[in-house]
Design a binder for this molecule. Structure first.
Ligand code: ADP
Ligand code: MG
Length: 541
């Protein structure tokens, strides 16, 4: 009998790339680990910065996990999933992005070891799920309470978030400003929307010239030079209507044949504008903030009436102004009346750096404020802004959640210990996975030590024995002095939410990656090469 030659069967389009089984897993894990490795050196107060240069030559210098990953334009699909983890962390808390990514990398690294020992990836994934759930409970029990009255604690939280982020010299001042602003914009029912803190950056001066404006700073000058430069006891009209004559929407022809007619036409126009201005003045407003345009003639009349006006203000600023001055935004001039006006102690045009700006300040109990951040150069300010945003996120998370923990590796080490105790009560291979999860948490103190140039093995052994002997749950690594300390007493404090969110996202993404055993990439897809580029990302692996 003659054997028929076996025809290969194609089920996928030509050019499709496929990797399966261990290959696929290994590739994905390797890519994810490479991402984690890249940001790892930036963790903690002694972490280094990265300089990222875009294809257009723009330079960003930062220590912020999510910023680094966004700027890197990562393409590997599994690596991208880690970037998503950082983004989620940024959106949910605003801080802890490096922690989340580093943790995810370590979870996958330890999973890989278990896979090598023939533990099935789904078992590992299940174990990680169990560990993550248990970790949440353990953390809840471990955490300390906080209320809005704990000024000193809140300030420490702000400082912890900023440590090592270019704010060194002025972190006391900035921390105070951050705490004040979050408390100020907090609604009576406790809701905090950080959108109501406007961050305005201006080059010039130093970080120590930063200030909290009890109101809103608008990046606009007054529309007419004859207007007063400053108005005290400002009564502010917020207008979402133009003080202009609408140009006709369809093509219109006006036939004018004599100079008289032209004059009459112009007079008519002026009358309409005059009328508009009169409505404003009648409302007793002495400041007008307009989202749309203000005609030259209207400007002239407003100036004559001693009204301060700015135009083409952003919608987002209008909303903040409404909250800060307690004004109502009016969209029809005919509806404007005194009750709609907002109030501020001072409206003033001021030169900041080399730009004119309008300060609406000294508002009464404003529910929206402005943080004016100053710094010597654009790069310094950009990094200061990221530090301040981390701080605001942490203060807000602490007040919302009312629970905080000590950082510097303390919380991770204590949690690792408790998880190991828990694992010992489990049986089966899940136990191995829970133990691996517990060990993965130690990557945080280890990295803090490494980045500070300390011996990670010595530090970790000492730290572990402190926790195991129950000498204090908040023992962590003093990266400045190179020894152990009680991180709580030293004021290294972070919201619980950073840790619960980081653990949850890190474990979710590693479960997801572990369950993949087949990567099928369509031809032409940008992501169709599930291999690492030679040398890995940034040459880290
Ligand atoms: P992330 O993006 O994860 O927030 P950071 O670079 O901000 O990364 O580093 C945060 C880590 O640094 C946390 O584990 C925090 O506890 C630790 N940390 C902050 N301040 C100190 C300090 N003064 N001493 C030791 N560790 C600190
Ligand atoms: Mg941070």
């Amino acid at each position: 009998m003659v054997q028929q030659p076996v025809q290969p069967i194609f089920i996928l389009q030509e050019g499709t790339q496929r990797s399966t089984g261990r290959d696929a897993q290994r590739n994905n894990i390797m890519a994810a680990k490479a991402v984690a490795e890249t940001v790892r050196t930036t963790l903690g107060p002694k972490g280094m910065d990265k300089m990222l240069v875009s294809s257009l030559g723009d330079v960003v210098i930062t220590n912020d996990g999510v910023t680094i990953l966004e700027e890197m334009q990562i393409e590997h699909p599994a690596a991208k999933m880690l970037v998503e983890v950082a983004k989620t962390q940024e959106n949910e808390v605003g801080d802890g992005t490096t922690t989340a990514v580093v943790l995810a990398g370590e979870l996958l690294k330890n999973a890989e070891k278990l896979i090598d020992d023939n533990v099935h990836p789904t078992v590992i994934a299940r174990g990680y799920r169990i560990a993550a759930e248990k970790a949440r409970d353990l953390l809840e029990n471990m955490a300390e309470q906080i209320t809005e009255k704990d000024e000193a604690l809140l300030k420490n939280i702000a400082i912890t978030a900023m440590t090592g982020k270019g704010a060194e010299g002025s972190k006391e001042l900035l921390a105070e400003l951050c705490v004040k602003s979050v408390k100020q914009i907090r609604d009576n029912d406790g809701t905090i929307d950080l959108e109501n803190i406007k961050i305005e950056k201006k080059i010039g001066g130093g970080a120590e010239n930063s200030e909290l404006v009890q109101g809103i700073l608008i990046d606009k000058e007054k529309v007419h030079s004859a207007m007063p430069r400053m108005i005290k006891n400002a009564k502010i009209a917020l207008l979402d209507a133009a003080l202009e004559i609408k140009s006709p929407e369809t093509d219109t022809k006006i036939q004018i044949s004599t100079p008289d007619q032209l004059q009459a036409f112009l007079d008519q126009e002026e009358k309409i504008l005059r009328n508009m201005v009169d409505k404003v003045i009648k409302s007793k407003a002495n400041v007008i903030i307009c989202q749309k345009g203000i005609d030259d003639i209207a400007q002239h009349y407003l100036a004559k009436a001693g009204v301060y006006a700015v135009r083409r203000v952003k919608k987002s600023d209008m909303d903040k102004l409404a909250r800060a001055t307690n004004a109502k935004i009016v969209s029809n001039l005919n509806d404007l009346n005194e009750q709609d006006l907002g109030y501020s102690g001072i409206v003033e045009e001021q030169k900041i750096g080399d730009e004119m700006m309008t300060f609406v300040k000294e508002c009464k109990n404003p529910k929206a404020v402005t943080l004016l951040i100053r710094g010597g150069t654009e790069h310094v300010i950009a990094e200061l802004e990221r530090a301040v945003k981390d701080s605001l996120g942490d203060i807000s998370a602490s007040l919302k959640n009312k629970k905080v923990v000590a950082g510097a590796g303390a919380v991770e080490m204590e949690l690792a210990k408790e998880l190991r105790n828990y694992a010992n009560k489990l049986s089966g291979k899940e136990q191995l996975a829970v133990l691996a999860f517990a060990n993965s948490l130690e990557i945080i103190p280890r990295t803090l030590a490494e980045n500070a140039g300390l011996d990670p093995v010595d530090m970790l052994t000492d730290l572990k024995s402190k926790h195991d002997a129950n000498e204090g749950k908040w023992f962590g690594i003093d990266v400045m002095k190179g020894k152990l300390f009680d991180a709580w007493k030293a004021g290294v404090i972070e919201p619980l939410k950073i840790k619960t969110q980081a653990i949850q996202s890190a474990s979710e993404v590693s479960e997801l990656i572990l369950r993949i055993d087949d990567v099928i990439a369509a031809s032409g897809s940008k992501d169709n090469v599930p291999q690492m580029p030679p040398g890995g990302y940034g040459g880290m692996e």
